[in-house]
Ligand binder design. Sequence first.
Ligand code: C2O
Ligand code: CU
Ligand code: CU
Length: 480
Amino acid sequence: NYGKSYSPCNRMYRRQFLGCLAVAASAPLVSQCARRPIVNRVSSQDGLLELSLTAQAERQTLAGQRSRVLAYNGQVPGPLLEARAGDTVRLTLINQLETPTNLHYHGLHLSPETDNVFREVAPGERYTYEFQIPSNHPAVTAWYHPHYHLDVARQVFGGLAGPIIIRGDLDEIPELQQADETLLLLQDFEPTRQPAEPSSLGKKWGREGSSLLASGQHNPVITMPQNGLLRLRLINASASRIYQLQLQNHPWFLIATDRGAISAPTPLETLRLSPGERADLLIAGQQAPGDYRLISLPYDRGMSDMVSSLGTAVEQMSGVVQPVETTLATLRYQSGTYAEPLPLPQKLISVEPLPAPDHTREFVLNHGIGGGMNGFIINGKSFDMNRVDTKVKLNQVEDWQIVNQASIDHPFHLHTNRFQVIERNGQPETLLSWKDTVSIKGYETVTIRVRFEDFVGRTVYHCHILDHEDQGMMGILEIS
Ligand code: C2O
Ligand code: CU
Ligand code: CU
């Protein structure tokens, strides 16, 4: 009876039992308990990653609060899947939910036929996804989550999400091989025994929860390794929440974005992470013993404009939470001496700019007719499963100018192919990187450049505020 009767402590132990036995055995369990951000890891062996994932509703104590959640294999987040470029994945999804579901591999370059978001796995049924990760796949931090249209926000908000690590080029950098690694999958949820659907205004806004979790815990402690080099992967798996992140009083450096490495470590101040986005960071240094907090700053994704246009008091909108500063995790330097920190790598993997586009198109994001709040639309249309919105040719390069005509943020996500951000509000983007999701603030215009590589078929693009996707802010792209 997996997942019914254990405390957070047992739960942690269970995770360690499969993923971190050495840690559990060599240190007193109590001090490990509910402290370290540990997720159960399933790694490929001899080129094969094989597992089953059971999606199920259950009651769990998450960060000390008894709640009803949706979990994969009894865990929130689901197990960490780790494979190498070229490996085969054989994953059986078992649906023990009361509603249909499916899986999307967000951040993997797979054919639309393999990563088919129109697949339906009915309650009580199972489906085996089997595919090969392309052997030239870059090293990435990716994730999996359900993509069953009209119910995506509820399922992901309920807890269904898990991390994926693909090992490859970036992992060969000698300096990185010496770094300790930690992954934090960020989720928010509303602790409740009986989950209620948000109000219709809450759905327009995009549901948020008052409780923030980093890999299933409140404020886990990450111990700085003695060699002073820590690699931290972050995934925003929240349904709607945009994180504005800072590591207080400590330098940190970006080394990879959604779809792989950047050319060189780049110092950061604040890191904005929209739903769906990932960041890979190096935390390097030699600070005084003590705690350094990873915080999420209040971020306004356009609520005041939305509220004033609706004339509604925010407090009445269930599923809407006022942003406050929150500590997501703590980086701890223990007392004792730290060695000279290891040097940062000078170079990572060079990012070649895509060539000039063969074709340019525009995508206008808005709400209903005349900017009203009835439905979420792209180029005047709400999503239709039976309509192809955009046709492109294999191997062509296109510039997509995405115009947000609404007052609130809409993070734009493209499936299958990675892209480069070229321009934001007419200003050239300074950091060249590979992305699959880009944040677009209210009234902003962002240009992305994409080459349609390797795969033909029908795939999608959409807003990654999942309530917006469910309410129509999605389109079908046909590559031929
Ligand atoms: Cu992470 Cu189409 O989504
Ligand atoms: Cu995706
Ligand atoms: Cu949106």
